[in-house]
Write a protein that binds this ligand. Structure first.
Ligand code: ADP
Length: 643
């Protein structure tokens, strides 16, 4: 899937032939990425930095592991004592002591295990907690560009699945490495102490474990990464289709069976991958198990030979064979440590990929807080192109910032001024750049060239938060959270009192309606709850904006036709909302245009005309044409009705 790879990757490509995940990785880095094949030291250090705040807990965990490994070498020695001393000498008391020791040891080791598991769970969950928080906060800072180029399901999958995978993979790997190393070390010390020739024989088998494991390592690593990606892909697909909007489309266009097939293909792909992942390396492990039988056989053969000559006790042979399990199992696991670390790195890497994606719009280090504003806005020779490339991964040079193609300018050299309290109407054909103008003011994007000022401050010198605190936006599509009406309103101003809320909803002509809802202000609204009509949602949005009480208002008037009552109510509400504020309106209503202090006419990203209604109409340019197209019949009807 990742292009140009070796044999199995080629097979992989023919397996699905699917459209790729349109996520960050593919969208941003192209198709030639093959994942890590080596462990990168800097990356390891970065991963460990998530573990280091909890060093005290880790220390206790490692002490527990050390104690377990140390105690683990004792039981075979006790068994040897039973076989070589207690039984031959008929010492019943010694027998009792040794057997009691065996049971006691096991109890102690298990108790330590409980403590270790508890600490382990706490620390690893704490690391997940930190990672999830960090990721969420980071994602909040990402610009609109990120959200328009990344599928929602993919983002959710990373925050959820990838972070969860950290626990099993990363902490499991770390604990595994320490446990196995200590166990091997302790066992080696004891067996060389017991009989160095037998020990040497046991150790000779070890290299046969280590060498083949590396071969399987990369294979398993790539499979695991692919599985993660496919899972994200499947999730994104489901979130898009099994969603009210997607399902509506599916039904209306009769695409149910095509979608089911597309789902099945993705699903099958994931299934095959999972099976392959489950089987990856199984052959190797089968060989390893077979080899590990060779060790005891050698011990029985050579030890038996020595015992016959009375040079070795039976107890020592039995103890030795017991030690072999202590030795081979951890060695086999350590042999695949490379695989495990790569796997853990892969999981972290997917998370780091997001964390390293730098938001396009960032506060400058010296950005200052704009405490109050008059609402005096200037666009000075502003040109803007929507970014086409990747957001900048942090460690890349500046040159790789998103590309802005000069041909694709959404705004070209736009200059205008909005004095405090003015109402400005943006008009122009669809695609002229009206929405883009409204996106630049709250800094959803920064201009490609030129600058925008508020009260004389370049927007880029202000903190985003303080800038946006003075701006409210009412868009055509009102988004409501799945929460009560009250909670949706409070989102604009968490400390608003009931009286303030009611004042806002009354001014927005929505109070009576809310009261008539089944649970009044506590009625849960949103996509999957009580669905409000377009007009009701808009009035709620207006109330929300009123509650925020901003100095600057950005308004995208609805184009959808509302019934006369709704239309009237909204118009009234908007009048209240705009009063005394600097207002930038994408105007579709005649009344807004007629009452505007200034009309800006955009065409193809250029500001082609500016002025008041009468002037522009007289000029007979684009505005006059648009006006006649859109409103002449409205005006005629109105005049006739009046006459
Ligand atoms: P209007 O609001 O006047 O209809 P817009 O400001 O939405 O126009 O769009 C201006 C131009 O920018 C259009 O050519 C549009 O296709 C383009 N555009 C809008 N949004 C994006 C985006 N996210 N990425 C790339 N181009 C965009």
């Amino acid at each position: 899937m990742r292009g140009g790879g070796g044999g199995w990757m080629g097979a992989e490509r023919s397996l699905g032939g699917l459209p790729r995940t349109h996520g960050l990785r593919n969208g941003y880095y192209g198709d030639d990425w093959k994942g890590p094949v080596k462990i990168d030291r800097a990356q390891v250090r970065r991963v460990l930095s998530y573990f280091s705040p909890y060093w005290a807990q880790w220390l206790v965990i490692f002490v527990c592991i050390g104690a377990t490994a140390g105690l683990g070498v004792l039981p075979p020695l006790l068994v040897r004592g039973i076989l070589d001393h207690a039984i031959p000498t008929g010492d019943i008391r010694q027998l009792h002591r040794l057997v009691g020791g065996l049971v006691g040891l096991s109890l102690l080791v298990n108790l330590i295990g409980v403590l270790q598991n508890y600490l382990n769970a706490r620390v690893s969950q704490r690391i997940l907690f930190d990672l999830r928080n960090q990721l969420y906060r980071h994602l909040q800072r990402m610009s609109l560009h990120f959200y328009t180029t990344t599928r929602a399901g993919e983002i959710v999958s990373r925050v959820n699945n990838d972070v969860a995978a950290v626990q099993s993979v990363a902490t499991g790997t770390l604990i595994g490495i320490v446990t196995n190393t200590l166990t091997v070390a302790a066992t080696l010390i004891v067996i060389f102490g017991l009989d160095w020739r037998l020990a040497l024989m046991a150790v000779l088998v070890v290299p046969t474990f280590v060498l083949p494991t590396r071969v399987v390592g990369r294979f398993r690593h790539r499979l695991s990464r692919q599985t993660q990606e496919r899972q994200a892909d499947l999730l994104a697909f489901m979130q898009e289709r099994l969603h009210i909007g997607g399902m509506l489309l599916t039904k209306v266009f009769g695409q149910a069976s095509a979608d089911a097939n597309a789902f099945e293909t993705r699903n099958r792909d994931l299934m095959e991958l999972n099976v392959r992942q489950a089987m990856a390396g199984r052959w190797l492990f089968m060989c390893l198990s077979t080899i590990s039988v060779a060790g005891p056989a050698l011990i029985y053969w050579y030890g038996g030979y020595q015992a016959i000559q009375n040079q070795l006790s039976v107890g020592t042979i039995i103890a030795f064979v017991a030690y072999l399990t202590n030795l081979y199992r951890p060695v086999a696991q350590l042999a695949s440590v490379y695989v495990d670390v790569l796997g853990a790195m892969a999981v972290f890497e997917r998370i780091f990929e997001y964390l390293d994606t730098r938001p396009e719009v960032e506060d400058r280090p010296d950005a200052h807080v704009l405490a109050t504003t008059q609402g005096h806005v200037r666009f000075e020779a502003v040109s803007f192109a929507y970014p086409t490339g990747a957001e900048d991964p942090g460690d890349e040079p500046q040159a790789s910032r998103p590309q802005h193609s000069p041909q694709g300018l959404a705004l070209r050299d736009v200059t205008f001024e909005i004095r405090p309290g003015e109402r400005v109407a943006l008009v122009g054909p669809s695609g002229a750049g009206k929405t883009t103008v409204t996106y630049l003011l709250p800094r959803f994007y920064d201009p490609t060239s030129g600058r925008i000022t508020l009260d004389g401050h370049d927007l880029r010198s202000l903190t985003q938060e303080s800038l946006r605190a003075h701006i409210a936006m009412v868009t055509q599509e009102t988004f409501l959270f799945h929460a009560s009406v009250r909670e949706n309103l409070l989102y604009a101003r968490p400390d608003a009192t009931d009286r303030q809320i009611e004042a806002a909803t009354r001014a927005a002509h929505i109070h009576d309606f809310i009261q008539s809802l089944p649970q009044g202000y506590e009625t849960v609204v949103g996509e999957r709850a009580f669905r409000l009509s377009g007009g009701e949602k808009q009035r709620l949005a207006i109330a929300r904006a009123l509650l925020k009480d901003p100095r600057i208002l950005i308004l995208d008037e609805a184009t959808s036709n509302l019934d006369a009552t709704s239309e009237y109510l909204i118009q009234e509400a908007l009048e209240t909302l705009m009063r005394g504020r600097t207002a930038l309106v994408i105007a579709h209503r005649l009344s807004t245009i007629l009452t505007a202090d200034q009309i800006l006419v955009l065409d193809g990203g250029r500001l082609v005309e500016a002025g008041r209604h009468e002037e522009l109409l007289q000029r007979g340019g684009l505005y006059a044409t648009l006006y006649h197209q859109q409103f002449s019949n409205v005006v005629a009807t109105a005049t006739r009705a009046r006459g």
